[in-house]
Design a protein around this ligand. Structure first.
Ligand code: PLP
Length: 383
């Protein structure tokens, strides 16, 4: 019974209310989906702007398949680097107002590729306690010393920096919008401190790219701190409705990552159709002021109503709205009840969030209607 521990461990998860299983989507992503053969209103996707099933993006991908075929057939450095990849990177850099950019196959691969390229076992990485798992994995792969500072606590961050040897390479890394809490990083303060202690700054804009900032450039654009952030990472898989990720920064950074970043080097280039689709998404995002305003208004409406009903939405100020329930089993039952009412609102439980902070996590889309929001609120009232 050398594999017997699998069943035992799964049973333990079941007993703790932490067991997870897959549901199957039988429709495109969107505000309304068919999940496990049930039509439900979707409050769990990251498709904030409704671009995952956008006709213009689909057309761009289809056209590119006709022109370039599907697979890229090799890694970027061998012979998989096609014109769409280069164009996408040029446009991303221009959009983010940085000298250059490099595309990765996913956000997970970007974080597990960028951090180990820059840091080694002599370095230290200061990471917000609530940073995404891919950042933590990147730090572990780098073998750098990991210091997790309390969530958004700039004083604690400064205290750590103060006591580091002057010559030690140090990197501060933070999500800009925290994926499970929906709050924003205190990025203005972070770049100031980083400046004082000569620390590099890396941001993960996964939930901010396309959503925050006047042109959708993320929290960095909203706060106007682009020139003070050394590595701007974000994904093309959320608001952009595609797949893949980017690292924006100096030309030297790009050259360095091309030479040193293992998750960039040792993987096949993304399909050219995906690069073409992402270019179209970028265009739509740049012209998406109205979409972003709609999204923020809808999120603010929902948050205000939930607060008035007495729910704890934590420090959320974005399209991600948690309803804190603490007990994972309760969160699961609430999510199941909402599902039976035709609402998808996933329960988020440890280890995705800290123990004792299980929650229902709602995400609003620009394409949700007023009726959608009110239907959700009515279902919550019957909990
Ligand atoms: C989703 C997410 C990622 C991973 O991005 P993928 O493109 O889905 O691999 C990384 N960081 C954060 C903060 C995320 O929310």
């Amino acid at each position: 019974m050398k594999m017997g521990f699998l069943q035992n461990d799964l049973q333990k998860l079941e007993d703790l209310g932490l067991h997870r299983s897959l549901k199957t989507l039988d429709s495109p992503q969107g505000r309304e989906i068919i999940l496990d053969n049930r039509r439900v209103l979707n409050f769990s996707s990251n498709d904030y702007l409704g671009l995952a099933n956008d006709a213009r993006i689909k057309a761009a991908a289809l056209e590119a398949i006709e022109e370039y075929g599907l697979g890229s057939g090799a890694s970027r450095l061998i012979c998989g680097n096609m014109d769409p990849h280069e164009k996408l990177e040029t446009e991303l850099a221009h959009f983010k107002n940085t000298p250059s950019s490099l595309v990765y196959s996913s956000g997970y691969m970007a974080n597990t590729g960028i951090i180990p390229a820059l840091m080694d076992r002599h370095s230290v990485v200061l990471s917000d306690r609530l940073n995404h798992a891919s950042i933590i994995d990147g730090i572990i792969l780098s073998r750098a010393k990991l210091v997790r500072y309390p969530h958004a606590d700039v004083q604690a961050l400064e205290d750590v920096l103060k006591n580091l040897p002057a010559t030690q390479h140090r990197l501060i890394v933070t999500d800009t919008v925290f994926s499970m809490d929906g709050d924003k990083a205190p990025l203005k303060e972070i770049v100031e401190i980083a400046d004082r202690y000569e620390a590099m700054v890396m941001v993960d804009e996964a939930h901010a790219f396309g959503v925050l900032g006047q042109h959708g450039g993320g929290l960095v654009e909203e706060l106007g701190v682009g020139d003070k952030v050394d590595i701007q990472m974000g994904t093309l898989s959320k608001a952009a409705g595609c797949f893949g990720a980017y690292a924006c920064g100096t030309k030297i950074l790009r050259e360095y990552l091309i030479n040193k970043s293992r998750s960039f080097i040792y993987t096949t280039a993304i399909p050219p159709s995906l690069a073409q689709a992402a270019r179209m998404a970028l265009k739509i995002i740049q012209e998406g002021d109205q979409l972003r305003r709609d999204l923020q208004e809808k999120a603010d409406y929902l948050r205000a109503k939930l607060k008035a009903m007495g729910f704890d939405t934590m420090n959320s100020s974005t399209a991600i709205i948690p309803i804190l329930v603490k007990d994972p089993a309760v969160a699961k039952v609430m999510s199941q009840h909402l599902f039976s009412q035709g609402i998808l609102a996933q329960a988020i439980r440890p280890p995705t969030v800290p123990v004792g902070s299980a929650r229902i996590r709602l995400t609003v889309m620009a394409t949700h209607t007023q009726e959608d929001l009110d239907q959700l609120l009515n279902a919550i009232r019957t909990l």
